[in-house]
Design a protein around this ligand. Structure first.
Ligand code: GAL
Length: 416
């Protein structure tokens, strides 16, 4: 949207009393957690796009994968009366902010003008809207059930990409025998939970839904959950001893360099491989976590704007930019994610991106699309954090599988 169109929009919205004021700000201060090499490259695409429209970018990065630290900083700033112009946010956090604070700006004027209702999948709108109003602009769709494998390491381990749990274990064993760290992983709660998303989904879509979305006690504490924890224990045996606290992008670097065989991580990991000059199919391959083909656990990064006594021209320009189809292609090609709109061509995407777009469309149409527990799209932060605690305690050897399943029930019940 051009500056002129934004002004027109603001003018017509003011006539209908949509905004309290039409304050104009030329800069946007954006709070986000995109600090790795690949993520910073994606931020650069957004920054440039906005600068092209005369909107300056004030960077407010808060390091910490998954965004928990960013949310803590955001809360402190809002409480201090110093909200940023915009903030990156995930799923249930958006709902929480909208319900509990009422401080998020109403983006309906721009959303209506640009027809967001028609191009954003309902699964995303569920988090972008509150009381029928658009309060967030989705910039992408990521998914968590991916595995990123070093191509040479896979060739040395037999060359066949694993399609089920047994084949996965065969490849991991072969990588171990070849003297590399089979599973590159960072011991941080959100990373443990990202693997857990895929392990639970691999035991059945109905099971995933019952446990994480419906929070059914039978699923949370039953035999299948014990099996999920057994599988986590098995995967833990392929991780090196220095994993504790390691950032996710350093685990990606192990796979890029070939000291690690594979990483189980959302598709933001692809941004690291691309940023290192690697090519899918040649240097690395991307597969769905074995046993989850056809299913997608998604998370969508969205930008909320803080209502600062009326929507500003810069906020509207940013929201319109984020949703522009050309921008959605350019940004997501770099970020590793796929567009949040259904009308963007996959022409500029690499093979993993094309697969991501096709998988998302298929899962969305066929009922195989589920919100990611690990990334705030299955349940509220209190429940998510309770699950994190149990998964990490078990991964670090504090509980056996049966105890972990029992603890999971207790933790989720207490958190609701
Ligand atoms: C996710 C987010 C991604 C990426 C990742 C690692 O929650 O959706 O965009 O930033 O965390 O930090």
């Amino acid at each position: 949207m051009t500056g002129k169109r934004v002004s027109k929009l603001l003018a017509s919205a003011a006539v209908f009393g949509v905004f309290a004021t039409s304050a104009v700000a030329e800069d946007v201060e954006v709070l986000h957690w995109w600090t790795s090499g690949g993520e910073a490259a994606a931020v650069g695409v957004l920054k440039e796009d906005l600068q092209g429209q005369g909107v300056g970018w004030l960077d407010m990065p808060v390091a910490g994968g998954g965004g928990s630290d960013a949310m803590t900083v955001l809360r402190a700033r809002v409480v201090a009366g110093d909200a940023p112009t915009a903030a990156q946010m995930l799923g249930f956090d958006i709902k929480d902010w909208a319900e509990s604070t009422g401080k998020l700006a109403d983006l309906n004027a721009v959303a209506d003008e640009e027809g967001w209702d028609d191009v954003v999948p309902a699964a995303l709108q569920e988090f972008s809207k509150h009381d029928g109003k658009w309060i967030a602009a989705p910039v992408n769709v990521h998914s968590t059930n991916w595995v990123w494998i070093n191509k040479s390491a896979l060739d040395a381990a037999g060359g066949k990409a694993p399609e089920n749990w047994e084949e996965l274990i065969t490849v991991l064993d072969a990588m171990q025998a070849n003297g590399i760290t089979p599973l590159a992983h960072g011991g941080q709660a959100w990373q443990d939970a990202t693997i857990f998303d895929a392990v639970v989904l691999g035991l059945g879509a109905d099971f995933y839904k019952a446990a994480f979305i419906d929070m059914d006690e039978g699923a949370l504490g039953g035999e299948q959950m014990v099996e999920a924890f057994n599988r986590m224990e098995k995967l833990r045996s392929y991780v090196d001893d220095n994993f504790s606290g390691r950032d996710w992008n350093l685990a990606s670097a192990m796979v890029i360099e070939g000291t690690g065989g594979m990483q189980m991580m959302g598709d933001w990991a692809k941004g690291e491989f691309l940023n290192a000059g690697q090519t899918p199919g040649e240097d690395f391959i991307c597969i769905r976590f074995p046993g989850t083909q056809g299913l997608v656990t998604f998370n969508s990064d969205q930008f909320v704007m803080f209502d600062q006594g009326g929507a500003s021209e810069a906020q509207f320009a940013m929201a319109a930019s984020v949703m522009n189809p050309t921008f959605q292609s350019a940004f997501n090609v770099v970020k590793g994610s796929v567009p949040a709109r259904t009308d963007v061509s996959d022409a500029d995407f690499d093979d993993c991106g094309k697969k991501g777009m096709a998988d998302f469309a298929e899962a969305n149409a066929g009922g195989g699309l589920y919100g990611s527990m690990a990334h705030g799209h299955a349940n509220p932060a209190s429940v998510k954090n309770a699950i994190y605690d149990v998964v990490t305690a078990h991964f670090n050897g504090e509980y056996d599988a049966a105890t972990a399943a029992e603890e999971l029930v207790n933790a989720v019940l207490a958190a609701q």
